[in-house]
Design a protein around this ligand. Sequence first.
Ligand code: WT7
Length: 635
Amino acid sequence: MNFYEIDSFDKYQDAYRTSVEQPSAFWDNIAQNFHWHTLWNKTLEWDFDGPNIKWFQGGTLNITENAIDRHLAEHGEDVAVIWEPNNPHEKAVKLTYRELSAEVNRFANVLKARGIGKGDRVAIYMPMIPELTIGVLACARIGAVHSVVFAGFSAHALADRINDSQCKAVLTSDGMFRGNKSLAVKETVDEALASCTSVETVVVVQRDEREVTMVDGRDVWYHEACVGESDVCPAEVMDAEDLLVILYTSGSTGKPKGVVHTCGGYMVYAGYSFKNVFQYERGDVYWCTADVGWITGHSYIIYGPLLNGATTVMFEGVPTFPDAGRFWQVVDKHRVNQFYTAPTAIRALMAMGDEWVNDADLHSLKVIGSVGEPINAEAWYWYHEKVGRGRCPIVDTWWQTETGGHMISGLGDLSPQRATFAGLPLPGVQPVLLDSDGQEIAGDGVEGYLCIKHPWPSMLRTTYGDHERCKNTYFSHYNGYYFTGDGARREDGMYRIIGRVDDVINVSGHRFGTAEIENAINSSSVVTESAVVGYPHDIKGQGIYAYVILEGEGHDHDQVRREIVATLVEEIGPIAKPDVIQIVPGLPKTRSGKIMRRILRKVAEGDTSNLGDTSTLLDPSVVDVIKADAEKLQV
Ligand code: WT7
């Protein structure tokens, strides 16, 4: 029996049972469906204390041979990538596997010619254009580690990420289109590079043809560098545990950390989960609306689909340009069979009325997916009825940057469905709910801290340059478990994700640490101290609510708010703009100086009727002022 393709619920159950009883045999079975130069001699070695996690040791491979070359002989003329531009009047681009192969190999040769090789880190800071996918794959081709940074991050945030992993090269574009705007990109890179010494090469793709400064000896145009380069570049043979991906993500403390994924395990899991969650069949057209700047784009725009020889749609634009029907027009235009988006987009479109979606045909859709945050019941039913026309299953995929791939999700229409529930774990995934003492909670109808008790191939191996941090963040809360940071509920073995239980907030599917936002706010000269919490937001899922103590007196509050917003945009990027800034005389602190965030969260939620015990506060009267001012803000 080959467990790679799960095509019935019985087979899922069989696969799941095998994966728990004989994990190594199970993953041997899955991994043999890929092309390896040398087969592994040890499937799994692990302990969660180190942590030390190694999959497929002794195995060698290159993920691009699996994502591209493997399909050339029989399916070279199949379309690999359909690129849909921001402006619907610009022509969509289709790249067959053969064309993609030529582009990736050519750009791999460009990188090599610029002295980039195995193990070097390459930052990619780009809009959603084909060269982004080509760039990612070209890095993998030569064994360089890609670190994609979402193009909405500021120069400061980009510089931090480049410096943390000492990137040798940056791939970027002159500018980018977003809705009816055109924005600078290269300029932001230049600003970032003023404080980065490791970067020797910048390759610039021409997109909006704005004027940019090119630094002699360092910067080169993509289209010029490609001239004369061969479209054949032998794939670097990688060890299964060699680095493939660094992707920065926020946690409850400190700066964003570089989550590390390795070649073998990531490949096996991205390919396997894509195939089964979306029930992808050859010839289907699949579209994930995420940005490659996030893990969703890595695993489910690029690697997962291409590993399965799929046709993957890459969209440059936004859901509301030129109008709120764009998603549905693109589905019809390219006859999309599997559509994958985030609850925040669903809610935003739902708020714009049903006529947009009603106007579309949407007949091609077979499976629709959700990712990034809990999906509320109203959005779930709207998505199911209006987009899925009541006939498409919703796969609500719970996972994380750190997990590399889907962990809990339905598999197309095979699995039982329940609104707002992610559902059952994928084969190989062993979730548990823990209580605050770290004891597993048995049974159904229970809630607890969501942890995973056995490794899966695409789990993070470390946080770049700081293994201790990886241990402390994920493996120290509960001994012997990977701690997800989420709370969850279980019913009939199915999981419903409640949300983060740490100081991480999820704003429109973007993840921030409250400490990270506070640090940025505090860098503003007018601010003495701040505290940030998330609160329920109709469209974004969570909004950012900042309590701020000002330096000195007599400030114009509107002016101060503008300054704080500007600081956040500069330190992190426009995605970190707070929704509410409340200026406060003090923060509710305990005698030991700890901020009682519980109170701030309640106030932000507009629920001040019962703030619980405030007797341990140093100055309980500050709460009354905060409450009264918050009520004024909210009217
Ligand atoms: C956090 C991970 C990996 C996908 C993109 C986000 C939340 C993710 C779901 C879901 C409820 C979800 C969790 C998780 N989350 N998917 N289907 N239902 N919550 O990746 O930025 O690493 O964030 O997103 O809170 O911990 P990320």
